[in-house]
Design a protein around this ligand. Structure first.
Ligand code: CUA
Length: 160
């Protein structure tokens, strides 16, 4: 009997160590991801009056702006589409997207990248990315936003 209890104890100990080991692995993984993605996304990079997004300030003029060797994109995600209607950048240069919504919550997922912020009215979300591979990158909305949600798509053209 005593012999069996030792076996049980050993199993218990093994599982406790396994559990603790997994906690350590998760903490290290989260730490790694935080460092690896540092500075790429800023939620609440600023605030805007959602009722004025279309008429005043940077977002009333959605555009791709070249700043030195980088790009800044002022983008609107709205029901149901994105502005500017065309985003064209050169490969290998840092692109900083500043995005907001004049109406409801949307998504701004750029397929084949890790860009995938929620876009919330009143808030500006900022995401940076360097496209190293030329081509077309689809932008899709993955926050259900109404009847036209499924048609809410756009694209980024990355030139060589
Ligand atoms: Cu916008 Cu779904």
């Amino acid at each position: 009997m005593e012999h069996n209890e030792h076996i049980v104890e050993r199993y218990e100990r093994a599982w406790i160590f396994f559990g603790l080991g997994m906690i350590v692995v998760f903490i290290l993984l989260i730490g790694y991801l935080m460092v690896a993605n540092r500075g790429t996304i800023t939620i609440g990079a600023g605030r805007v009056d959602a009722t004025l997004v279309r008429t005043e300030g940077d977002f009333a003029n959605p555009r791709v702006e070249q700043v030195g060797n980088e790009y800044v994109v002022y983008a609107q995600a709205f029901s149901f589409g994105y502005l500017p209607s065309e985003i064209r950048v050169k490969a290998g240069k840092k692109v900083t997207f500043k995005i907001t919504s004049p109406d409801v919550q949307h998504g701004f997922q750029v397929v084949r990248t890790n860009i995938n912020p929620q876009v919330i009215p009143v808030e500006i979300v900022q995401v940076s990315h360097t496209f190293n591979t030329p081509g077309e990158y689809r932008i899709i909305c993955n926050e259900y936003c109404g009847i036209g949600h499924a048609n809410m798509i756009s694209k980024i053209i990355v030139e060589p």
